[in-house]
Ligand binder design. Sequence first.
Ligand code: AMP
Length: 303
Amino acid sequence: MSLLVIGSVAYDSVKTPFGVADDILGGSATYFSVSASYFTDVSLVAVVGEDFRKEDIEVFNNRNINIEGLEKRKGKTFRWKGEYGFDLNEAHTLDTQLNVFADFNPKLPEKYRDCEYVFLANIDPDLQREVLSQIKKPKLIACDTMNFWIERKFDSLKKTFEKVDIVIINEGELRELAGEPNLVKAAQKVLSWGPKRLIAKRGEYGALMFSDSTVFSAPAFPLESVFDPTGAGDSFAGGFMGYISNANNTDESAVRQAIIFGSAMASFNVEDFSLNRLKNLSYKEIEERFKEFKSLTHFDDLI
Ligand code: AMP
């Protein structure tokens, strides 16, 4: 089944305790699509400026990502500048420049409209719904967001949430969104707006998935070298949605496996800056990490 994503394609400037990198390829839709491309066909909707480099287009082409819906416009590509302290769990945004995204008016290529699996990655919630309204018969819709949009476009964001099946969001942003410090209560509040499941991404503490009757907990992979956490959330979502879309199955067992694939993709992504690690994986490496997760969390039942 084919999977559509709308989100940012960006140039990031990132500082971590281990190094600095300027104007490197990033963006929510970039990390998502490269990660998901290991599992399924991906169609990308986004906009870039005249400054977008040819070699960065090749990152999408090399992964066979459909970029018919990636517009090139007069102006500059979206820019994000962020910093991480020793606690790599939290990104501190220093600057956001929407640039060509400020007046982006996406019109989906005809063949994108049949996509059944849709991910509304972190971007203006008005754009998320504009894209959604052009899809004929979506089977499963998931979305993400961040504090930038929660603080500027809360009402619009709530309208997006009313239309989606799964919300995938950072734990800090979940607390801010719900105005509630307790994660369980915050998740239940957001579920009351419409989504059937909510996945709280918790950085090095893993992920928690809530529905109205179940909770599933997955650890993060214990890595010795975490270099740059940028894009971990989006590569998680890419592995998660990519697996579900390929399996064409949304039952509890498939969704739990998808969370482990998402966690595996996020663990690869943080091992290097930008998409350097993520873009050069083999499916075998991904499967091996899936199995390592299985043994990491296995324990025997009481007799
Ligand atoms: P994450 O997976 O949460 O680490 O997301 C990192 C990516 O989000 C970076 O590559 C940024 O380019 C992108 N980003 C940061 N701020 C925004 C924003 N306000 N809207 C859309 N994308 C953003």
